[in-house]
Design a protein around this ligand. Structure first.
Ligand code: GLA
Length: 371
């Protein structure tokens, strides 16, 4: 039933032959004509994805998703906590609905994420008495979770972020002090990849992290991945999250990062792309308070320039880049409005505005690959 409804929506969209020009002036329908879409523009380059919640998969948001993208990443519903809230209970509804929507609309699905230090259920690291479990118990819980989840979506989820953000923020340390690391030791990472590979030998397995373009972090991640590759661990790709801003990364940093990881024979994907228009640290609180008006013409030009720069690199590196996924659909609903939180804060990181209309930056990204 659900699938049929989606088919009808999509059939309607594509039979409409709405021209880009006329539709751009209307706010009641999806404004971008079917000739001007991200997925068609990048068809010869790489899949173009977006992260979604089940609530995005109805109405105008669903139409826009189907029209523009050919890959989905569940934003939250496949994380350990939401998916496996109690030891003997999985909550499949959200994840199943994202996978079903993708299949009904012939889209790929990236699974996100099997092992992370955040969004875990309360039971995971504790025994019945409330004491921390030992390594053996935690590894067996990890194995059971990964097997159950990866097998359920075998052949339907083509790639998994197996381990997310294992690196410490402190540059003097190597791996993050997470419960996974503290309880199991460093090899929790290779175990996770091995369990995932056993569960679905065809799935492409990624290590995913942020600030991967900063030389110091890049080299620590390189060291981790090299060690995994050298010991035969089935890791196939590295995900650059791509939570970037107007100045970061530079072209050179991005190029160097892709070169460095491809030298290990790994696929590279940009897995969580958004470009914040707010500075990363200094003075950001005061700027956030002024944020509702801050997408000025000048900021917009800088935003366009940074998107053009990174997409020009993606285009040049298409042989090594196997996917680019945006983190959230539009400025209506971006995690950057909430994290870190500041009252009244707004950000404008995406290609579609809060009314789902394409911004100037959308057209300029498409222009990057215009014949
Ligand atoms: C990290 C995670 C994502 C998401 C973002 C913030 O990048 O990998 O799943 O939680 O933080 O929304």
């Amino acid at each position: 039933m659900f699938r049929n409804v989606i088919y009808l929506i999509v059939a309607g969209l594509f039979s409409g032959a709405v021209s880009a020009q006329s539709s751009r002036t209307s706010k009641s329908v999806i404004p971008v004509g079917t000739t001007l879409t991200l997925k068609k523009s990048f068809a010869n380059y790489f899949p173009i994805g977006v992260s979604v919640s089940p609530s995005n998969l109805v109405g105008r948001e669903a139409e826009l998703i189907v029209q523009q993208f050919n890959s989905l990443t569940p934003e939250n519903v496949m994380k350990f906590g939401p998916l496996h809230p109690e030891e003997n209970r999985y909550s499949w509804g959200g994840a199943d609905s994202v996978v079903a929507f993708a299949e009904a609309n012939k889209m790929k699905v990236r699974g996100h994420t099997l092992i992370w230090h955040q969004q875990n259920p309360a039971w995971l690291f504790l025994d019945a008495k409330g004491d921390t479990v030992n390594r053996e118990v935690l590894l067996s819980r990890m194995k059971s979770h990964i097997e159950t989840v990866v097998k359920r979506y075998k052949g339907r989820v083509y790639a998994w972020d197996v381990v997310n953000e294992a690196l410490d923020d402190d540059s003097t340390r190597y791996l993050r002090n997470s419960p996974w690391f503290n309880i199991c030791g460093e090899d929790f990472i290779e175990k996770a990849f091995q369990y995932a590979h056993q569960a679905d030998p065809e799935a492409i397995l990624f290590y995913n992290d942020y600030r991967t373009e900063h030389p110091e972090r890049r080299e620590r991640i390189y060291k981790l991945l090299k060690r995994l590759k050298d010991s035969g661990v089935p890791v196939h790709g590295v995900g650059l999250q791509g939570h970037w801003n107007l100045k970061d990364p530079s072209r050179q940093q991005l190029v160097k990062t892709i070169d460095r990881f491809r030298s290990l024979g790994l696929q590279v994907q940009v897995t969580e792309l958004d470009i914040s228009v707010l500075p990363e640290k200094k003075d950001r609180d005061s700027i956030w308070l002024a944020a509702p008006d801050m997408y000025t013409a000048e900021i917009e030009q800088q935003h366009i320039a940074q998107y053009e720069q990174v997409f020009n690199v993606f285009k040049a590196y298409k042989d090594y880049l196997s996917g680019v996924t945006f983190w959230n659909l539009s400025d209506k609903d971006t995690w950057l409005d909430q994290t870190p939180s500041a009252k009244g804060k707004r950000n404008f990181p995406l290609l579609f505005d809060a009314d789902l209309q394409p911004k100037k930056v959308f057209y300029r990204v498409i222009d990057v690959v215009k014949p």
